[in-house]
Design a binder for this molecule. Sequence first.
Ligand SMILES: NC(=O)c1ccc[n+]([C@@H]2O[C@H](COP(=O)([O-])OP(=O)(O)OC[C@H]3O[C@@H](n4cnc5c(N)ncnc54)[C@H](OP(=O)(O)O)[C@@H]3O)[C@@H](O)[C@H]2O)c1
Length: 249
Amino acid sequence: MLAVHFDKPGGPENLYLKEVAKPSPVESEVLLKVAASALNRADLLQRQGQYPPPPGASSILGLEASGHIAALGPACQGHWKIGDPVMVLLPGGGQAQYVTVPEGLLMPIPAGLTLSQAAAIPEAWLTAFQLLHLLGHVQAGDSVLIHAGSSGVGTAAIQLARMAGAIPLVTAGSQHKLQMAEKLGAAAGFNYKEEDFSEATLKFTKVQANAGGGFHKTDSAPLLHGEPTTSSAGFGQSLPRDCDPRGPC
Ligand SMILES: NC(=O)c1ccc[n+]([C@@H]2O[C@H](COP(=O)([O-])OP(=O)(O)OC[C@H]3O[C@@H](n4cnc5c(N)ncnc54)[C@H](OP(=O)(O)O)[C@@H]3O)[C@@H](O)[C@H]2O)c1
C-alpha cells in the first residue's frame, strides 16, 4: 500500500508517497480502508521531528481518519462488519491507504457528514467537546475564554460553545484570525499580541452587562476564577458559573 512518508525531519517538501507493507489486523483490531485523514498541529510537529510517535505506534503520520472496514481481526466482538463506514482517532498511521485500529476506537459517522468531513472530527472536535463538556461542564449562559481561537481545536470549541448556549470569547495572534473566529460565532476576540486580554475581557463583560445584562459583571474581582480546566490543548477557563449576572461577582 502507499503511505505518506518522510526520510528526515523538515518541511512538507520532504513528504512523498512510499510503498510500505499493508498491515493485518490482529486480535480485536480491524483493518480500515482509509478514505480521508486530516492534518493537525501534532502532525506538523511530528514531521519536524519534534513529536515522536508513542512507543509501538505507527511512524506514519495521521492521527485521525475515516473510511470503511476492510477486514476484521479474529477476536472482534461482532459490533462492526466489513464495509461499515467509520471515523477513528489514531496514535498514527492515518495518512496511508490502510490502517489497523482496535475495534473499541471506532466511531460511527454522524448522519449528514461526508467521509472527508468525518475525518476531521476526532482530533479537534472531540478534544474541544472534552474540554468544554467533560472538563469544563459548560452550561448555557456561561462565558468561555478560548485561547488560539482560530486553531483547529479553537474553531471547534467556538461552534460547540454556541451550540451549548454559551458565550465564546477568544484570543488569537492576528486580526485576520480574530475575524475568522468571530465569523464562526465568537462574541468577541482579543489580539494577545496587542492588548492585555484579561483587561480587554474585563472591559467587554462590563460593557455587555451594561448593555443588556446576561453577562457576568467582573468589577475588580479576579477575571478568571471558578473551576480551572487544564489540558495540553491550552484551553482557557470558564468564567464563574455561580455568578448572578444582575449583581457583582
Ligand atoms: N490532548 C489532546 O488530545 C489534543 C488534541 C488535539 C490538539 N491538541 C493540542 O492542541 C493544540 C492545538 O492543536 P490544533 O491542531 O488545533 O492547532 P492548530 O490548528 O495548528 O493551531 C495552533 C494555534 O496555536 C497558536 N500558537 C501559539 N504559539 C504557537 C506556535 N509556537 N506554533 C504554532 N502555533 C502557535 C496559533 O494561534 P495564534 O497565532 O492565535 O496564537 C495557532 O493558530 C496543539 O498544541 C495540539 O497539540 C491536543
